[in-house]
Design a protein around this ligand. Structure first.
Ligand SMILES: Nc1ncnc2c1ncn2[C@@H]1O[C@H](COP(=O)(O)OP(=O)(O)OP(=O)(O)O)[C@@H](O)[C@H]1O
Ligand SMILES: [Mg+2]
Length: 238
């Protein structure tokens, strides 16, 4: 009998049925007494970036203006209103496929092509930021480390997109945002992408329920696996 397990991701998903099957399998393990982290339900919810941001916003966490639309005209109007937007995949992509747009006609064309493959258009106001964002790693109710992800040549600061890393000490406010966001999403561990808005304050871009940590580990020498296992063992003892 297995007492517990760490779910690292739901794997590459090519259909809704496949996603349901994987979720059902994990859920069945849980129902039969296996403690899983992250909880399958929380992982499932966190995959949907838009509903995640809606949840965070309602709890008072600062997020960029964001919309999910099914019309190219709406996408165009949002580009007009927000001046500079990011149109990105609704489900995580390591930064691949996200585009930054200022021209409303280009927003219209991109939205049309996304809609033509029956996908909704996830569109967000571009947050003016330094040449970096912040990855905060949370396990349980503590921040195990934070890094800048710096990219001087692209607005995308994913390590997978070539960003450099630098360890930082989070201030109280950043720490509070990260811990609160993780708790709201019901996650046991998470990697948060947070930007410093040049117009003031932090903005949470996303809460990753299956974060990669190669770049984080190399920069901080903090091994998330160790903390995640400790957290799981603690949960099992309760
Ligand atoms: N609204 C935005 N304003 C400014 N920069 C953004 C915005 N959205 C994304 N970015 C930049 O692009 C990077 C990738 O975006 P995001 O983290 O939202 O998706 P992703 O990394 O592709 O998804 P995942 O991490 O799940 O693979 C961010 O780290 C950030 O640097
Ligand atoms: Mg990201």
């Amino acid at each position: 009998m297995i007492d517990g397990g760490v779910v690292r991701n739901l794997g590459f998903i090519s259909s809704t049925e496949q996603l349901i099957k994987r979720f059902d399998t994990l859920k069945a393990m849980e129902i039969n007494g296996v403690t899983l982290i992250n909880k399958p339900e929380s992982m499932f919810n966190a995959r949907d970036k838009f509903s995640s941001l809606v949840k965070l916003k309602s709890a008072g966490i600062p997020i960029p203006e964001t919309a999910l639309v099914e019309s190219p005209f709406e996408a165009m109007r949002l580009a007009e209103r927000w001046k500079e937007v990011v149109i990105k995949p609704l489900v995580g992509s390591l930064g691949l496929g996200a585009v930054r747009v200022t021209d409303p006609d280009i927003a219209f064309r991109i939205a049309k092509s996304i809609l033509s493959v029956n996908q909704p258009v996830y569109i967000q106001k571009y947050v003016r930021k330094p040449e970096r964002d912040i990855r905060v790693f949370v396990v349980g109710d503590r921040v195990i480390g934070s890094i800048y992800r710096i990219n001087k040549t692209s607005w995308k600061t994913n390590v997978a997109q070539g960003a450099l890393t630098q360890v930082i000490l989070p201030d109280k406010y950043l720490e509070e945002i990260a811990l609160k966001s993780t708790a709201i999403m019901g996650l046991d561990y998470a990697g948060l992408d947070i930007v410093e808005d040049l117009d003031g304050g932090y903005k949470v871009l996303e809460v990753n329920a299956a974060p990669l940590w190669k770049g984080f580990y190399q920069a901080t020498n903090v091994n998330p696996a160790k903390y995640i296992i400790q957290h799981l063992i603690q949960k099992l003892k309760k």
